[in-house]
Design a protein around this ligand. Structure first.
Ligand SMILES: C[C@@]1(CC(=O)O)c2cc3[nH]c(cc4nc(cc5[nH]c(cc(n2)[C@H]1CCC(=O)O)[C@@](C)(CC(=O)O)[C@@H]5CCC(=O)O)C(CC(=O)O)=C4CCC(=O)O)c(CCC(=O)O)c3CC(=O)O
Ligand SMILES: NC(=O)C1=CN([C@@H]2O[C@H](COP(=O)(O)OP(=O)(O)OC[C@H]3O[C@@H](n4cnc5c(N)ncnc54)[C@H](O)[C@@H]3O)[C@@H](O)[C@H]2O)C=CC1
Length: 208
């Protein structure tokens, strides 16, 4: 969970694999430049909408200069290595066909609002990460997004009470309960939220 919002990132290559990585970089609000002579229709669309900058040519040695994070995802092993060779130790690099040279690898990600589940097999079997993501997608539905929004609200209230650690922790644990997930699934979480916030407000007004 790297915070790369607004950071300059470079993606070399614009095929199917680059597209998948780009989607994740854009979701993280990175500022991305793509260097590639060809691009998938989706990437061309992102370039037209100015969501990415597309430099329509082959990689050049100084392209990575100044980038915080670099992805080399061409189908030419020697080009990917050439990108690797221009990278400085302080830059993060992912090489699609050389996990051994990469300083980070992409996980499979399941997102539900602010909730993010990342699955990695450390390069051992990427297909398993995808398989598990799909499995978890069925288990953790959209209700988890609403549940987390509810939890965030309740947590802010609890923290504002200024209670000691033990009491705070006891209250926080109370809301980790499947009945809220069920309520979110049935679309009635708002009612429980109202009740929870009212109960917490009473605690706030109570003199110690
Ligand atoms: C090391 C890593 C580097 C990196 O890319 O960061 C890497 C490397 C390689 N992947 C290869 C193949 C495939 N990768 C996928 C899918 C995903 N690969 C992803 C990550 C990673 N892949 C990193 C390790 C992460 C981990 O281990 O957990 C995911 C999780 C995330 C993402 O790409 O954003 C995404 C699923 C996203 C999702 O769906 O949620 C599929 C399935 C498909 O495309 O349908 C296939 C075809 C398999 C098949 O044929 O079944 C090959 C070619 C050799 C081969 O065929 O095995 C290499 C190169 C090599 O290992 O040398
Ligand atoms: N990490 C992963 O999840 C996976 C990685 N791979 C590896 O990823 C690589 C890319 O796969 P795909 O996207 O399917 O290939 P692709 O053939 O769809 O795309 C390759 C892209 O590289 C660009 N390119 C070629 N030479 C270039 C250069 N000199 N400079 C800049 N761009 C250049 C092309 O224009 C094209 O956009 C392959 O090496 C493959 O082994 C493959 C499957 C999954």
């Amino acid at each position: 969970m790297l915070n790369i919002q607004g950071k300059d990132c470079l993606v070399v290559g614009a095929g199917a694999v680059a597209e998948r990585k780009l989607k994740k970089l854009l979701a993280a609000k990175a500022k991305v430049r793509v260097v590639s002579p060809q691009a998938t229709p989706t990437i061309r669309g992102w370039a037209q909408q100015e969501q990415v900058e597309w430099v329509k040519r082959t990689f050049q040695a100084d392209d990575a200069r100044g980038a915080t994070l670099i992805v080399a995802a061409t189908d030419q092993a020697e080009v990917n290595i050439a990108v690797y060779e221009t990278v400085k130790p302080q830059q993060w690099i992912n090489i699609a066909d050389r996990p051994d040279l990469s300083t980070f690898i992409f996980p499979a990600v399941l997102t539900r609002g602010d909730l993010q589940l990342s699955i990695s097999t450390a390069g051992a079997y990427p297909g398993l990460a995808k398989h598990l993501r799909k499995k978890l997608e069925r288990e953790y539905g959209l209700e988890y997004g609403s549940y987390l929004t509810f939890l965030k609200e309740v947590r802010q209230q609890i923290l504002s009470l200024g209670l000691n650690k033990t009491e705070t922790s006891k209250l926080l644990r109370m809301y980790l309960d499947e009945r809220y997930v069920e309520a979110a699934k049935e679309g009635v979480l708002d009612e429980l939220e109202q009740a929870a916030l009212e109960e917490l407000a009473i605690l706030k007004n109570k003199p110690n």
